[in-house]
Design a protein around this ligand. Sequence first.
Ligand code: G6P
Ligand code: MN
Length: 443
Amino acid sequence: MKKENLHVTIAGGGSTYTPGITQAVLNNLDRFPMTKLTLYDIDEERNEDMLLIIDYMLKTTGHDDIELNATLNPKEAFTGCDFVFSQIRVGGMEMREKDEKIPLKYGLVGQETCGVGGFSYGLRSIKGLLGVVGFVQEYAPDAWILNYTNPETLIAESIRRAYPKAKMINACDMTISIEETMARNFGYDRKNWICQYYGLNHFGWYTEIYDKELERDVMPELIEKLKKKPMKIASFNKGDQSWQDAWNKLSKILNLFPDYLPNNYLEYYFFPDIVVEETDPNYTRANMVMDGRLKHTKDMANEIRNNEDGNILDFDFGEHGQYIVDMATSILNDSHDRFMLILPNHGAIPNLRDDAAVEIPAYVGRKGAEPISMRHNIPDFHKGLMEAQNAAEKLLVDGYFEGSYQKVLQAFTLNQTVPSADKAKLALDDLIIANKNYWPELH
Ligand code: G6P
Ligand code: MN
């Protein structure tokens, strides 16, 4: 494997996450010597905006020796590349808005990755990711794909079926974000933590947070603190009330089930009714992101276009870019650092089916992910929730590959946020129309 002159291609280059990822790479060039960066997207306008922003970043930080290009052509994008960072969003924010608003019409949770909105996104996203992985197999079969395209469990499950040998790692930043926010709130250093965690993506629990410096499991004390008072948003989510709401719900979950520390996304499964009640059906998260992050990125591109002075680049994505670079470096140097990844279970959780796509800790090295076995069974409460949700996810992926309306309807009905088959069908039928340019045909 090449260890110098690395060529990175970002699939979904126009994404608002690209500056944070690029900045993280630039901060780590000694360990991850990238000399070429390609932005690949199907949205020309956003990719060109991002080209301006990244070009500006490279120039103003003294990195203009790095070759930069943007392309809509997959052959050009992937040929010769060593790493693909994949963060595509099929259908963009416009379709996210529909995923969120259509279920809400029927009193169902409308969310990007959870509930039937997440399933709707899944049916678009699977096709997009299969496309990216197919291109990489064709043009750069030795490249590693680090994927954080949502909904991650559905992606991991689909790629496992279609490209079982793909050199791909699926990772989500949510556990890191929870850990970082807890550490900052309560005065710990996340770098000292060894975490035990299991679940499906956006659907899991910590069982231990061992602090190497303090030489003890700090999870019980974190739980006690969180039960008393929700944590405050960290700087990387500053001013974002919906993250504060998420942390408030995390504390609410802990007051009901104080044994393990949950992923905040479980709020959608435990409190679907409350979440629906509290959501404005006319202004959902997609609208907030469009009016916030998306607009901000567009403004930055325009300021560069107009040669404005001052500090044009302004973003804080916390640890988001850093963990991707850490994973890539761990592959490159075969250093076996530990990450939470989405992988086929294969016995890691002994009392859960082998072929479930689960989120668990794994070591990452030159040969990819080596999952860490739990070595103990998980409690029935979590097992029951996970089995039902996992079956729903499997049915959805079956529905995708078989073009089966019946399987997709079963998946929607079994989704743990859905209380009624009638509502599942109403939402599904609307989503079929909304997604006619994206979903496979269902019969
Ligand atoms: C976290 C999750 C991602 C998700 C994002 C949503 O980072 O891990 O999977 O996409 O939050 O953030 P947004 O600001 O787009 O609602
Ligand atoms: Mn995620």
